[in-house]
Design a protein around this ligand. Sequence first.
Ligand SMILES: [Zn+2]
Length: 116
Amino acid sequence: MTRRLSAIPARLGRLASRTASAVTVGTGFARTDRSSSTARGYGQDWRRVREQVLADEPLCRFCQAKGRVTAATDLDHIRSFQGLDDPLRLDRSNLRPLCQPCHMARTARQAAGAYE
Ligand SMILES: [Zn+2]
């Protein structure tokens, strides 16, 4: 995105940057991009593990820590994996169930270089 934001009024500029970051975060989940989701580690085996973990622990872990009960919809890699052969990818001890808002917030923080 090398669009000239200076040419856009400030209010619209903020809107545009908010939309852009939401799109960037969204691509991390590979929901709509089926062709490359397998290549990036979110293929059939991942979906199977994901379903098992969510069946065993159906609540968002971050929300639980704050005393809220929220259904988990996503799995977060506590430590990010490096390629398809990395055992961290399907290691259940490296996975935690999160709701989508918590997962998106966590992914955004991770992308910004923060670890927790
Ligand atoms: Zn949550």
